[in-house]
Write a protein that binds this ligand. Structure first.
Ligand SMILES: [Zn+2]
Length: 420
């Protein structure tokens, strides 16, 4: 029993146990809370959850490691299903432009925005890209993220896209976090293809996707489907090629304009459609019917100073809602899922219980990772957090700071701080 760890005395233990499917409507409020809760871990896997009394009776013995969670909430590790964490450089100077009223598209059309990050990322060595990204990933882990999706998409050429995916893979191997890599060659049309976007789409389909398949790292393919970026027809072409190459599908859909990306996600049965600030009622209904997870990114709306996605409408309509940071150098520079949680509650009217489901179990479904992470179910990885609070509401209540005091990945302490 030397490999056994027990966590005892949690004020609330949020298990999210239940049927093995993404949560919709009122199911999002059912966290399977155990008062005075405890859990047992063996070999990095959860073996039991229950009351402190029950877990002590069954598992307490000499040689067992104990964690005292008195006056703490214990919850599943946070899952961040949409990030652009791997990039080089900084666009701090754009804050001033935004405050003066320039839009994201205007900054991009002026040759700033994503094209600037593309140049910095292409110029960075793999070692430099790794070092800059690892710093951010350590910060994410300290804020409670134990599973994270990372997209390529700042290379926009075959070599750099593959390098970004390799950096993502290496980060996941080196740090205590599960990394899910996504190929996003269709993040923007690079300057060398300005005026010939179909030429770039052909390059993605004919050269990049086969190379990504051969490299064997990416699990998803994503497309920035947006007016002035990739059309519905171009997006469909890329995603169909990706599916044939064995990749699962995601879309940046209806972020700025209602182009019908949410409807395309439903048609293609994508795993998730993300952003959705401008998605129509009709396409939200189609997503619900097709079981597509909506990954909402409130830190992006915050940073772009735009209205938030209509989360209540989606929940009412039966769409499984997840939340993500969208961590990227332009429209949402944050590693903090507690910040995202607070925005979702305060600005999108999610209840703390709904938001908790959206940052754990539903986010795991947005990455097809729910078999292993997202809830404290026996048989799943022992990825869990201790929060300095009485309930999950602390994540919204204590604004601008992180109430996460300890982060466990597969039963091992990955980050933590002492409470006074
Ligand atoms: Zn994004």
């Amino acid at each position: 029993m030397t490999d056994t760890l027990i966590v005892l005395n949690a004020t609330e233990l949020l298990t999210l146990k239940g049927p093995r499917m993404a949560r919709v409507r009122q199911e999002m409020s059912d966290l399977g809370i155990i008062l005075d809760g405890a859990l047992a871990v063996e070999g990095g896997v959860i073996t039991a959850v229950g009351t402190t009394e029950a877990i002590k009776r069954e598992f307490d013995a000499t040689g067992v490691d104990r964690v005292d969670a008195s006056r703490k909430v214990v919850m599943p590790g946070l899952v961040d299903p949409h990030t652009h964490l791997v990039f080089a450089g900084s666009r701090e100077f754009e804050i001033e432009m935004k405050v003066r009223g320039k839009t994201y598209m205007e900054i991009m059309q002026d040759g700033g925005g994503i094209h600037r990050t593309m140049r910095d990322t292409r110029a960075a060595s793999a070692a430099d890209l790794y070092a800059q990204s690892a710093k951010r990933l350590r910060s994410m882990i300290a804020h409670g993220t134990t599973t994270v999706e990372i997209k390529s998409g700042y290379g926009l050429d075959r070599t750099t896209e593959l390098r970004m995916l390799e950096v993502a893979r290496k980060l996941g191997g080196d740090l205590p976090v599960d990394v899910v890599p996504t190929f996003l060659g269709a993040h923007a049309v690079p300057e060398e293809f300005r005026g010939d976007p179909d030429g770039y789409v052909a390059l993605i389909v004919n050269e990049m996707i086969p190379a990504v398949r051969e490299q064997g790292i990416a699990r998803f393919c994503d497309v920035f489907c947006e007016q002035g970026v990739f059309s519905i027809a171009q997006t469909r072409r890329i995603l169909q090629a990706a599916r044939s190459a064995g990749l699962q599908l995601k879309l940046h859909a209806d972020e700025v304009h209602d182009l019908g990306g949410a409807g395309l996600a439903a048609e293609l049965k994508a795993v998730s459609a993300d952003h959705l600030l401008a998605a129509s009622d009709e396409n939200i209904a189609r997503m619900a019917q097709a079981g597509v997870v909506a990954s909402l990114l409130p830190a992006t709306a915050y940073s772009l100073r735009k209205p938030y996605a209509r989360a209540r409408r989606m929940i009412r309509g039966g769409v499984p809602v997840a939340l993500a940071s969208d961590c990227n150098p332009g429209s949402s520079y944050t590693e903090s899922m507690p910040f995202v949680f607070g925005l979702a509650v305060m600005q999108m009217d999610l209840s703390p219980l709904e938001a908790l489901t959206a940052v754990t179990l539903n986010a795991a479904y947005a990455l097809s990772m729910a078999e292993r992470v997202g809830s404290l179910d026996p048989g799943k990885q022992a990825d869990f957090l201790l929060l300095d609070g009485e309930s999950p509401a602390i994540l919204a209540y204590h604004a601008g700071v992180s109430p996460v005091t300890a982060v466990y990945k597969r039963g091992e302490l990955a980050a933590g701080r002492e409470d006074p």
